[in-house]
Design a protein. Structure first.
Ligand code: G1P
Length: 319
């Protein structure tokens, strides 16, 4: 993941223009660090995690992002806003590179933000986007899930939606124990020769599945397969109608996963059907302390300025 300028990225006039970034969670898995700092603002080397996700959305051709935030999360909005005093100080000090780094937000997809109020789960968070997104397909990017730029899974998912319609979720191969922390899916492979999937850049045979069933965080003996849904989704707007009346599910929360089960049961001509695309590249759960450390090490090694010295440091460790 490079911190190079993305000014040269051409925003495509693709079919999916809206993105929703739920960022209202309390970050309890990362306390005490997240007591006063939003988990989305924890740095991946020198950039907050959420900036990496916004860059991914920009590269995927989304031209409008809606953050769903909460009361103590203002730092997120500040990060994507002008900082006149700091800009002036850096300009006066001829600190051009640093100035560029804090002005990079101007190259990203346009950002809006609203508050969730009383959070009632991920499904409830996504439903807050209804009046903003309207009757358009949209992407959801969970900022805890950091995708390595080498595997542009969101682009592939958008292309799959263009070929097949319906909704698309990212799938990760997991152990049964790991599956208990995710949406667990029963799946049927879709060969690439069907539905024009062979034309989608970067897809391999065995990457695309029809979802037959999905359950949120099942106990280990009820896990449906080795595939779990993780934090990238491309959703048909029909999901809003479902979320509007969806009863609470696992943990008493309105679960996005339960809306996927409804979409699975809905005929294709009514916006139904859910397809899964397997993530083949690296993915980090930065809301988890170990996942965050792994992201830091890998991104540190790849960092333009620090990578070589950091590698030397690690090689010198007596492990
Ligand atoms: C959420 C979803 C779950 C999904 C996961 C992906 O869970 O509810 O279905 O598999 O994100 O990271 P959370 O991690 O917010 O508890």
């Amino acid at each position: 993941m490079s911190s190079n300028s993305i000014a040269d990225v051409k925003v495509s006039a693709g079919s999916v223009r809206h993105g929703v970034v739920p960022a209202a969670g309390r970050g309890t898995r990362f306390l005490p660090a997240t007591k006063a700092v939003p988990k989305e603002m924890l740095p991946i080397v020198d950039r907050p995690a959420i900036e990496v996700v916004v860059e991914e959305a920009t590269r995927a051709g989304l031209d409008d992002l809606l953050f769903i935030t909460a009361a103590n999360k203002q730092a997120i909005e500040d990060h994507f806003d002008a900082a006149p005093d700091l800009e002036l100080a850096l300009r006066n000090g001829n600190k051009t590179k640093l100035l560029e780094s804090i002005e990079r937000y101007k190259q990203y997809t346009r950002i809006h933000s609203i508050r969730q109020g009383h959070p009632q789960g991920l499904g409830h968070a996504v439903f807050q986007a209804y009046h903003h997104v309207g009757d358009n397909p949209f992407a959801v990017l969970l900022p805890d899930d950091l995708m390595h730029a080498e595997d542009p899974v969101l682009q592939k998912m958008i292309a799959v939606r263009e070929q097949i319609g319906g909704s698309v979720v990212a799938l990760l191969e997991v152990t049964p124990q790991q599956a208990t922390a995710y949406g667990s899916a029963a799946v049927t492979n879709i060969p690439l020769e069907t539905n024009g999937l062979g034309d989608v850049e970067g897809l391999q045979e065995g990457d695309v599945f029809r979802l037959d069933k999905i359950v949120e965080k099942p106990p280990v003996d009820e896990v449906l397969s080795e595939y779990a849904s993780v934090g990238r989704f491309v959703l048909d707007p029909k999901v809003f109608k479902i979320l509007e009346t969806l009863p609470p599910g696992r943990s008493g929360e309105i679960q996005l996963t339960d809306s996927f089960q409804r979409l699975i049961e809905l005929p294709a001509d009514q916006g139904g059907g859910v397809t899964g695309v397997v993530i083949r590249g690296r993915r980090f759960d930065t809301g988890d302390k170990l996942g965050y450390l792994q992201a830091l090490v890998e991104m540190g090694l790849e960092h333009d300025e620090l990578g070589a010295d950091f590698r030397k440091f690690l090689q010198g460790l007596d492990l």
